[in-house]
Design a protein around this ligand. Sequence first.
Ligand SMILES: Nc1ncnc2c1ncn2[C@@H]1O[C@H](COP(=O)(O)OP(=O)(O)OP(=O)(O)O)[C@@H](O)[C@H]1O
Ligand SMILES: Cc1cn([C@H]2C[C@H](O)[C@@H](COP(=O)(O)O)O2)c(=O)[nH]c1=O
Length: 260
Amino acid sequence: MTPTLVASRTTLPPEGAGLALGGPARRPSHSQGLFISFEGIDGAGKSTHIAGLADAFQSEGRAVTLTREPGGTLLAEKLRNMVLDDAMDPLTESLLIFAARRDHLVRVIAPALLRGDVVLCDRFTDATFAYQGAGRGFDVKVLATLERWVQSGEGLLGDPAGNQPMKPEVETVIEPHLTVWFDLPPEEAALRLADSRVPDRFESQPVEFFRRVARGYAERQLGHPERFARIDASQNREAVWQGIRQVFVEKGWLQAAALP
Ligand SMILES: Nc1ncnc2c1ncn2[C@@H]1O[C@H](COP(=O)(O)OP(=O)(O)OP(=O)(O)O)[C@@H](O)[C@H]1O
Ligand SMILES: Cc1cn([C@H]2C[C@H](O)[C@@H](COP(=O)(O)O)O2)c(=O)[nH]c1=O
């Protein structure tokens, strides 16, 4: 497994807004940091299971940073509100999402990985390719360029004491070690979400939008098979949980005994 980060430096103060859970402050230990994202169309069932995974990691003594995108910092949460509530064109939407992501990486994700935390992130860049790329039809080449700029290790990397900037020896693009993809037919997701909450700008899109988003996720999995774990999210909650459990146990990241 390629480490996500080699080292990090951030001149910005870390924020509590990343919902860091438990664990004392420790020396940076990049080799133990684990970055896991959760993806799927709205209503696929991600939130139902992320907290259970956080508990499982914590019961094995790991510090967990539980966070989400867009969001995870004070600034990124403001940007999230704009993106979810205000009408805008797809380029503006993509830029705001990547701006939020940069702040989130600098302030929360990179420092957490350096501490050796398990970072559980409800959505990351695959969502941008699925929603803005496949869903909105925005140019994926532009998204790929933004991904390289925003997720570049340069500027996040420094000496282990956090003082001197250090050029990475090779270009590092920070991405999850594992992406758990909750694959659910859009019609099923719509049924699950019906009447459950006031829909935001994405959730109020027609089912055809979510068909495109779902295809976008399928394409992402094809492009990154080593990173993606597909979960059949149409199963009942217990079966979905067992599928997730199996992925983490097989990777050796959790003991079977830590999981219900
Ligand atoms: N396996 C399941 N079978 C039936 N309903 C489920 C299942 N998993 C979750 N749900 C229900 O579906 C709804 C959406 O689940 P959840 O909020 O976990 O999805 P999500 O992927 O986090 O959605 P979003 O990304 O839109 O926030 C909730 O009402 C939840 O209780
Ligand atoms: C990261 C990211 C998210 N979105 C969309 C997808 C969802 O509709 C919302 C977030 O809501 P959730 O309840 O927290 O899942 O934002 C997007 O369009 N592009 C992205 O990169």
